[in-house]
Design a protein around this ligand. Structure first.
Ligand SMILES: NC(=O)c1ccc[n+]([C@@H]2O[C@H](COP(=O)([O-])OP(=O)(O)OC[C@H]3O[C@@H](n4cnc5c(N)ncnc54)[C@H](O)[C@@H]3O)[C@@H](O)[C@H]2O)c1
Length: 446
């Protein structure tokens, strides 16, 4: 059954969700306060880089199933299921700021009341929100539009940037938090094309458990990375190679392969903010999550250690040095630079008086909006190396893995590489004449 869907907030989550709901035959109204974004999207131009997204966006706009608007009323009038995909940025104390979600719930209720809109509407929180937010939304509906039939559900988003379209169309699981059988029935129908009974289940639970499931999942992924990063320090100290250790661990099906890569730490718009929000919520609840607190701490230290290694290599002072940085996005196949480790490394090096020329296949424009002209941006990966004292690998894009070594040696003055993503084999790099510093592995220093 085709449904009429509203998506409020058309960023990474909202746009991908909206496009994928339309792709399955639903009529979707995507709303955003950013009018420039809405104009672009109406023309079929994607505002984010996600593999496979733009053609699907264009097709669904063309076929009249996907609409973009900056008018919340339009979405509320037309949709019976409304997804809130709004930002939940960190507050000063690390907790999640749910202001946008709650204000929008209030606005939706006011529109329904003022326009006397009849019929049932299900408001689904897809943003990552602290436990208890669904209760707050329900309270707002009772207060602002007591006579309206406004229902609430939690439906956390688990997709990861870079694979968002694929993971939304075929998710590992869909979690629905609701104790209302009518709401569950509608959402089951909506998700029917996305899930199956064998390996992609739809899991129904109460709202609070759904809200916690999202934070717990992200915290666990982050914990795996921090575990490996801390282990990398131990491997360096005892002369083991963390990449062998990782391989040896990862073929154990009880452990699995993903989120085990040591590096310069995790970034992005979700993991860092979500683990801090979870830590904060757990402290407030009197049930601190100490492993989660340490996950954050280890992540910060990992980046500091990397920067310190660069400083030490140049005798403690990098003022006047020039660095090439490969990779700006917080992960490959994305143009997202929010909380990207690359930008933290760049900020530290700039603060020490170094100059930087960076290259990224997709994230130069998003990085430019944050860093501005304080660094140079290269047209290709080799151009970034010209005259640099050292190369820093900050993101593991596929195209960096098999470079033209001769071109690298010609352009890179210093023949020094700080590999924050363990792209290459240290022995091979040494044989090619590079001074090579990796994470948790043998380094080849002069
Ligand atoms: N990005 C991810 O990979 C990811 C994955 C899972 C969950 N989440 C969660 O989903 C939520 C959204 O994340 P995102 O990455 O899509 O954020 P985003 O910043 O990319 O998108 C949010 C959008 O909301 C719009 N917006 C802000 N205020 C608005 C308002 N009042 N009305 C309408 N639109 C408004 C913004 O203009 C923006 O386009 C967050 O809670 C995040 O933690 C994100």
């Amino acid at each position: 059954m085709s449904l009429s869907i509203g998506v409020i907030g058309t960023g990474y989550v909202g746009l991908v969700s909206g496009v994928c709901f339309a792709e399955q035959g639903n009529t979707v109204w995507c709303m955003d306060v950013d009018t420039e974004k809405v104009t672009h999207l109406r023309q079929g131009k994607s505002t984010i880089y996600e593999p496979g997204l733009e053609p699907m966006l264009q097709r669904n706009v063309h076929e009249g199933r996907l609409h973009f608007t900056d008018d919340l009323r339009m979405a509320v009038r037309n949709a019976t299921v409304i997804f809130l995909c709004l930002p939940t940025p960190p507050d000063e104390d690390g907790s999640a700021d749910v202001r946008y979600v709650l204000q929008t719930a209030e606005d939706i209720a006011a529109i329904v009341r003022e326009e006397n809109l009849g019929g049932r509407r299900i408001i689904v929180t897809r943003s990552t929100v602290p436990v208890g937010t669904s209760d707050k939304v329900r309270e707002i509906f009772r207060r602002v539009a007591p006579d309206a039939d406004l229902r609430v559900a939690s439906n956390p988003e688990f997709m990861s940037e870079g694979n968002a379209v694929q993971e939304t169309l075929a998710p590992d699981r869909v979690v629905i938090g609701s104790s209302d059988p009518e709401v569950v029935a509608v959402l089951r129908e909506l998700y029917r094309p996305f899930v199956n009974d064998y390996d992609r289940p739809l899991i129904v639970m109460d709202e609070k458990s759904a809200e916690v499931t999202k934070y717990a999942s992200n915290a666990f992924l982050a914990l795996r990375i921090s575990f490996m990063n801390e282990l990398s320090r131990y491997c360096e100290a005892v002369g083991a190679d963390v990449e062998f250790v990782r391989l040896g661990m990862s073929f154990d099906p009880r452990i699995g392969r993903r989120y085990l890569h040591p590096g310069i730490g995790f970034g992005g718009s979700c993991l860092p903010k979500d683990i801090r929000a979870l830590s904060r919520s757990a402290q407030e609840a009197g049930a601190p999550l100490r492993l989660v607190e340490w996950t954050d701490r280890i992540n910060r230290e990992q980046l500091e250690r990397f920067v310190n290694r660069i400083r030490e290599r140049f005798g403690g002072s990098i003022a006047g040095r020039r660095f090439a940085v490969w990779g700006l996005a917080f992960k490959p196949n994305s143009d997202d630079v929010r909380e990207a480790p690359s930008l933290k490394v760049i900020a530290a090096l700039l603060g020490d008086g170094a100059t930087i020329c960076a290259y990224d296949p997709e994230a130069i424009e998003t990085a430019r909006r944050v860093v501005g002209e304080r660094i140079e941006y290269a047209r290709d990966m080799y151009h970034a190396l010209v005259g640099a004292d050292a190369l820093i690998i900050a993101t593991e894009w596929g195209e960096f893995r098999s470079p033209d070594w001769q071109r690298m040696k010609t352009a890179l003055r210093g023949h020094v590489i700080f590999d924050g993503r363990n792209l290459w084999n240290p022995d091979e790099l040494a044989a090619r004449g590079f001074e090579y510093y990796a994470i948790g592995r043998r380094s080849y220093a002069p």
